[in-house]
Design a protein around this ligand. Structure first.
Ligand code: ATP
Ligand code: MG
Length: 562
């Protein structure tokens, strides 16, 4: 998708068209969708796309969207994940009302459906080993072979299945399979497994079951039990659609949902599979699922992303039938756009150099009124202390400036934002020749940052040294150095981790930020967007995470290299 197409937020998509059509023809009078995560990890930005689509369609057409945990695989699932999923969906701005469901709530019904299939002669207990089942399945070019257990009688199957449930057989000794077609060109239809024996403790059903339904069997029937009209899933399930339809057409269910596949979101400079994210967490390569560099919703929240920026991004990338990778710059653009409009602007100095205003009386200070946002008076203003000793950014001074450098230099006058004009008189160095201090003068007539008729070419941010609050500042950057960390067959994706993705420094922020609430977002003028860390910030000991710079420095680097 090109940036141009993506910029139009109201472009329709094929799923919206299908739903419109189904309402117009009267096929449905009410739309019901669901978001069905497996609670085996934290949600990521790809899930956000699915959440925005499922909840978005329900909202747009006055329908409902269920949140359903697809918890059929107890060995990988747990309550921490169940809770994080709810927190993340809610944070994104969506509400499932009283419709939080669990596939495990349907285990009893699913079991009965399985017995129905056995009674209809459409399912059988198969005693082949897992390996034999694989061999019998055939390949894309060769048909499969019937299992020798395929023609067991209904009575024998019912008896075996009930004893499977009762715990009479060992894990892996037999499975229940649908009796469909071992010669089908679609391998998914070659007598798929419905139940496997697995003695695993389930986070909700405990030890009530020693066998669990397979995803394909549980998923479609759960949709049908919930009266879902449009079951939206990602493209890799396209081959499973005939099986989905087979299940919901064989047994007595209250509704016949339609499965529709769409392209999954892939993003540059990140990895998205839960298995890989789990590795990053388990190997300690990040601080946890909510590490601000992770593409998880929890991580992005901690990084300072806004829910609106994720929703806007999801809308813009659209919904397509073909997989493609989206440039992370699009996500960052949506983020900057929202932050630019919604965050107050304040001053912080991250790499300070001391400025002494020699004609400003010692011990004196004053407070200057500074608006929080130049275009939004509703954000109000705060008072910024000014005194004889200030900090400015080290890179805003050059002793011997090249032609194009307009900031502070010996003999040069610049404006301090919301304060005064200052002129550099003298440079003080330590024994090693490093600049430690600038002696300046200020013009008392330039209060507020204007002086009649006199123009300066630069406006610098600053803080008052005795008033500034030291803050831990975590400078986050992209987690990987290459657009496609999974693209090299010979190297593990962890080989491309960005060693500079986190630098922690001490910066100096204006006193208005000393008690910044967790998740309070600001723009540090001329530097970037920052957020008070959700977990670690404390009164008088603020901790700020860099959300993102003001501009895309990576694009600049890339174009320089060309
Ligand atoms: P992963 O492949 O990252 O482990 P998953 O598909 O196994 O994810 P689920 O918990 O099963 O994770 O996904 C819940 C829902 O989110 C599914 O409907 C799935 O299709 C959708 N989803 C998962 N990843 C993406 C993605 N990258 N883009 C869009 N939708 C996604
Ligand atoms: Mg899945």
């Amino acid at each position: 998708m090109s940036h141009h197409e993506a910029a139009e937020s109201d472009v329709s998509h094929f799923i919206r068209d299908i739903i419109r059509e189904d309402l117009a023809t009267g096929k449905h009078t009410r739309i019901a969708t669901r978001f069905p995560p497996e609670p085996n990890g934290y949600l990521h930005i790809g899930h956000a796309k699915s959440i925005c689509l499922n909840f978005g369609m329900a909202l747009e057409f006055g329908g409902t969207c269920n949140l359903r945990m697809d918890d059929t695989n107890p060995t990988k699932e747990n309550v921490e994940y169940v809770e994080s999923i709810q927190r993340d969906v809610r944070w994104l701005g969506f509400d499932w009302g009283d419709r939080l469901f669990f596939a495990s709530d349907y285990f009893g019904k699913l079991y009965n459906y399985a017995e129905d299939l056995i009674r209809m002669g459409k399912a059988y207990v198969c005693s082949l080993s897992a390996e034999e089942i694989r061999e019998y399945r055939g390949t894309l070019t060769e048909p499969g072979k019937n299992s020798p257990y395929r023609d067991r009688s209904v009575e024998e199957n019912l008896d075996l299945f009930r004893r499977m449930r009762a715990g009479e057989f060992e894990d892996g000794s037999m499975v229940l399979r649908a009796k469909i077609d071992m010669a089908s060109s679609n391998i998914t239809m070659r007598d798929p497994t419905l139940y496997r024996i697995r003695r695993a403790h389930h986070h909700r059903t405990g030890d009530a079951w020693c066998m669990y339904p397979m995803y394909d069997f549980a998923h479609g029937l759960s949709d049908a039990l919930e009266g879902i009209t449009h079951s939206l899933c990602t493209l890799e399930f396209e081959n499973n659609r005939p099986l989905y339809d087979w299940f919901v057409s064989q047994v007595e269910v209250p509704s016949r949902p339609r499965q529709i596949e769409f392209a999954r979101l892939e993003l540059t400079y990140t990895v998205m599979s839960k298995r890989k994210l789990l590795r990053l967490v388990e190997e300690g390569l990040v601080s946890g699922w909510d590490d601000p560099r992770m593409p998880t919703i929890a991580g992005m929240r901690r990084r300072g992303f806004t829910p609106a920026s994720l929703r806007n991004f999801s809308e813009r990338i659209g919904v397509a039938k073909r997989n493609s990778t989206v440039d992370v710059a699009m996500l960052e653009h949506a983020l900057r756009e929202d932050l630019n409009a919604t965050t107050p602007r304040v001053m912080a100095v991250l790499d300070p150099i001391r400025v002494v205003i020699e004609n400003y009386p010692e011990g004196q200070f004053e407070e200057l009124e500074a608006p929080y946002h130049p275009e939004d008076p509703a954000m109000g203003s705060r008072k910024v202390p000014f005194s004889r000793e200030l900090y400015i950014e080290r890179e805003d001074f050059m002793e011997d400036p090249p032609k194009k450098f307009f900031r502070l230099a010996p003999g040069r006058e610049v404006r301090l934002r919301y304060a005064y004009y200052i002129t550099c008189k003298e440079v003080v160095k330590d024994a090693e020749g490093r600049i430690i201090e600038l002696i300046c003068t200020y013009d008392p007539a330039s209060r507020g940052g204007t002086a009649d008729g006199r123009k300066v070419k630069a406006t610098l941010h600053w803080v008052s040294a005795p008033h500034a609050i030291p803050a831990e500042v975590r400078l986050y950057d992209r987690l990987f150095t290459v657009p496609d960390p999974e693209g090299d067959k010979d190297k593990d994706f962890t080989a491309f981790l960005n060693p500079e993705s986190l630098k922690t420094i001490v910066g100096y922020v204006e006193p208005a930020l000393s008690n910044a609430a967790p998740e309070y977002r600001v723009q540090f003028e001329r530097i970037g967007y920052f957020v008070a860390d959700q977990l670690d910030t404390r009164p008088n000991k603020p901790v700020f995470n860099r959300i993102i710079g003001l501009r895309d420095t990576w694009a600049k680097v890339a174009s320089k290299e060309e």
